[in-house]
Each structure stands twice: as C-alpha cells, then as structure tokens.
Design a protein around this ligand. Structure first.
Ligand code: ADP
Ligand code: MG
Length: 376
C-alpha cells in the first residue's frame, strides 16, 4: 500500500516503537495464543487471529464474550497472561500504548468533558509533544475528516451524541495511526444515526486505509461494515470469515444462531446419505464430519410452492401467517412435527395461504446447509 490516505506527513519516528521506514503503510496484526483470565473467568481463551494490512475486521459476539478485552490487549492497556502480538514484524506485547501507533475509541466515549472539542482531539498530540501550531493544523484536519470542521471551540456538553462520537473518532485518527481500534462506537446512538454513521465510518476507513479492528454485538452492523468478521464467544473465536461466508456457511450452531435467523432440524446420516424425516437430502456443499449434524434453514431461503427440479421438497401445513409490509412471515409444521419459519417478499406474493392450509416447501440444493449441531 502506498501513501494512500495520509492526511499529513507522519509525526516524528521517535513517537513510535515501530520501524518508520514505511510510515504510510497500514500494518497487519498477528495474535498468537493470547490468554487472559480474571479469577475463574477466561476472558480470552487461547486466541489466535490474523488481521490483514488495511483490512476492516469486526469482532462480533454477545456481551461478556471478550471483545473489549481483546481490543485492550491490542491497544496495550491490558497485558495478557500469555501469548504474542505482532504489528507487522514487530513484537509489541511489552510496548506501552502510546508507542504502539494505535488509535482507539472506547466503549464509553471517554472524552474529557471540561475540555473543548479541540482540546480533546489534540490530546494525543500533546502527549506526543508535537509543536503547538502543528497540533492546531492536525486537529482541524481531523475535525474536517469527521465533518466537524469549525467545531473546535465548542464544549463537549454542547454536542449531540453523534457529534461526540465523531469527536472520539477524530481523537483516534489525529496522529494518523497505522492501526485503528473502535469499541462499540455506535451503540449509544439511535437507529437512523447509527445507520448513517456506519456508512461514514466505512468511508473514512476507505479514505485513510488503516488496519481497523471494530467491535460490535450487532450482527447487522458487522455484516454492513466489515471485510471480515470474527465471531467471539466465551473468549474464543468461533469463526473468522467474510460476511457472506459467515451467513451462508456458518461453521457451527453458535454462529448460525447468532447471525440471522434459522431453524435447525435433526438429520440422520447413513454412509454418504443424509436424510431428514426419512427423506434423503440433496445438498451441494459437503456436510461437516461431525457426530451431531443439523439441517440449517434460513427463513428467506425456503420457497413456498413447487420450486425447481431437483430441490428438496417437504409437505407441510401452515400454522401461522404474519403480514409485515415488505414481507410475510410464515410458520409451517412438517409431517414429523417440526416447525419451520419462512419469509417471503410481498411483491408478487398474491394471496397468502390461510392457517391450516397444506403447502409444499422447497429448498434448493445450494441452500441446503448441513452444520455441526453441537454448540461448537
Ligand atoms: P465484551 O466486551 O465482549 O462484553 P469483556 O471483554 O468486557 O466482554 O469481558 C469478558 C469477560 O471478562 C467478562 O466475563 C467480564 O466480566 C470479564 N472481565 C473483563 N474485564 C474485567 C476486569 N477488569 N476484571 C474482572 N473481570 C473482567
Ligand atoms: Mg465490551
């Protein structure tokens, strides 16, 4: 990667413990066997992870899964019990935070309420002993980048939630770090503003090109923003993949359950044949080699009606239909008693079947996903 995105020349090399021969390059991150325990809690349990240079990678997981702990390890605020961490070729596990070339926004904005916007944004530069006029220039550039040009003299408590969030981002990027870490930056905002900021942060990343690790517990936000997503549960990475692979080829039941909606149905295996309710299934993707196997069905992938040749067909009767404006949601019961959720577009749907009606459901072979039915 070239000087893409650099707003200004880098701050003097002594401000970073990292080699400065290629200061404008984004850096890859290599995490190996990182463990962190708090008493009996395994906040991080043998985590290994590669973040590519310039990538936007999201840590996605439920509350308490270890996302913040991992980000704090990357930033240098938490020292793990064991493991290694490299930025580029350099081991940084013992490097203090201000020498790591890392910008960070915290789960609470952690702005200084008594300072002005410019005071907050310039803080990392004062910490790095940058000259006063240079600070002023860089602060204004960073504020312009987050669309807050001219806001420098405002006080933090005069700003809206979205503006405070932008100040936090400006403070994280003001010294042009090669790595940017963001911990649930949008969770305090209402939905409209959150949707807008997701796109803004994504565009900012494209412009600046720094390696970014982003934390959220919101699966849709992760799908919207990320090059790749690492799904975290109980201090472990359950799967690392592109949004599409994660959604369409989840590695286990936890991932399939956490991202999107799905129904899981028990299947049986006899040699190469996998059957559901006594009916052999046609599937394009191979089934995992696990003892507990389940058929995963996404509501929008199952089709009401005859469907295409060679698809899997199931007879069912309708137990519930709900009209939802753009789409309908239907629950159908199969012969063996199991219930499937099905979602279809209202456009072109015509009359919806009544409760109790007999219907045929079809599932294309490429949408017939067999996964490890255990909790992974
Ligand atoms: P997340 O950000 O995914 O919600 P955290 O990384 O904050 O999760 O926490 C992971 C686990 O570690 C939780 O069980 C949490 O209670 C515990 N934990 C985190 N920080 C501390 C701490 N400083 N002291 C004790 N327990 C902690
Ligand atoms: Mg957290």
């Amino acid at each position: 990667m070239s000087a893409r995105g650099r707003l200004l020349p880098p701050i003097s090399p002594k401000d970073s413990a990292l080699p400065s021969d290629t200061p404008s390059d984004a850096l890859p991150i290599t995490v190996r066997h990182v463990t962190k325990t708090y008493g009996r809690v395994h906040a991080l349990d043998d985590v290994s992870l590669d973040v590519k240079s310039g990538e936007f990678l999201t840590l996605l997981g439920p509350s308490g899964s270890g996302k913040t702990t991992l980000l704090m390890v990357l930033a240098g605020f938490t020292r793990p019990d064991s493991g290694s961490l490299k930025f580029g070729e350099t081991e940084v596990i013992r490097t203090p935070p201000h020498l790591r070339d890392v910008g960070m926004t915290f789960q609470s904005y952690a702005l200084f309420p008594h300072m002005t916007v410019a005071g907050n944004v310039g803080y990392p530069l004062r910490l790095r002993k940058v000259a006063k006029d240079e600070i002023a220039r860089r602060v204004e550039r960073a504020l312009e980048t987050v669309q807050l040009g001219g806001f420098g003299e405002r006080r933090i408590n005069q700003l809206s939630g979205g503006q405070r969030q932008r100040v936090a981002v400006a403070r994280a990027i003001v010294f042009e770090p090669r790595i940017l870490l963001m911990d649930e930056p949008l969770s305090a905002l209402d939905k409209k503003l959150r949707d807008q900021m997701q796109i803004e942060l994504r565009q900012l990343h494209e412009k600046l090109g720094m390696t970014t690790v982003y934390v959220t517990h919101d699966q849709r936000e992760a799908l919207t923003m990320s090059d790749r997503i690492a799904v975290v549960n109980k201090g472990r990475i359950m799967q690392l993949a592109t949004p599409r692979d994660l959604y369409e080829r989840p590695a286990n039941r936890f991932v399939a359950d956490f991202i999107g909606d799905s129904t899981f149905l028990p299947v049986t295996r006899q040699g190469d044949t996998i059957s559901f309710a006594g009916q052999p299934l046609v599937h394009t993707a191979p089934a995992p080699d696990s003892a507990e196997l389940a058929l995963m069905i996404r509501p929008e992938r199952i089709v009401l009606g005859g469907g295409t040749e060679g698809a899997n067909r199931f007879d069912a009767h309708v137990s519930e239909v709900v009209y939802q404006g753009d789409s309908y949601l239907m629950y159908a019961r199969l012969k063996d008693g199991s219930q499937i959720a099905l979602r279809g577009a209202m456009r072109g749907a015509g009359d919806l079947p009544e409760q109790g009606a007999n219907v045929t459901l079809t599932l294309a072979p490429e949408d017939t996903i067999l996964i490890d039915g255990g909790e992974g």
